[in-house]
Design a protein around this ligand. Structure first.
Ligand code: 5GP
Length: 114
């Protein structure tokens, strides 16, 4: 199986500004930030998107969300608020086929998104 861009980041083959990692997930700065604070949290397991996650990934998905909250806390976003979003497929605007959660904060975000 060809490694995704994010699997290469997780394995240290492509550099990224990593802010958290453990044996299951990696969090790093988005290369093209859409807000003053923009991080991505990915599972090391190369799940293509939330749509293809398996029931046996439930615990891993929960861990990803929990890490989103702790990275946001680490970055001082808890009080002001922030957004966690995962894009799925073409209409969802997904460009990298490796499940990832965006953490966006540091400014007031609009709703609904475009
Ligand atoms: P998507 O559009 O799939 O939801 O989000 C993919 C995100 O990955 C985008 O926000 C994009 O800026 C980010 N990205 C793409 N390539 C790289 C890269 O090589 N390094 C980092 N750190 N982020 C990337």
């Amino acid at each position: 199986m060809t490694k995704t861009l994010f699997a290469k980041i997780a394995d240290g083959e492509i550099p990224a500004e990593i802010v958290y990692e453990d044996d299951r997930v990696v969090a790093f700065k988005d290369i093209q930030p859409q807000a003053p604070i923009h991080f991505l949290v990915i599972p090391r397991k190369p799940i293509a998107s939330l749509a293809t996650a398996d029931q046996k990934d439930t615990e891993l998905l929960g861990h990803c969300l929990s890490i989103c909250a702790s990275v946001a806390q680490q970055e001082g976003l808890t009080e002001s608020g922030y957004r966690v979003v995962t894009n799925i497929g073409e209409d969802g605007g997904q460009t990298v086929p490796h499940l990832h959660f965006h953490i966006l904060g540091g400014r007031s975000l609009q709703w609904p998104p475009g």
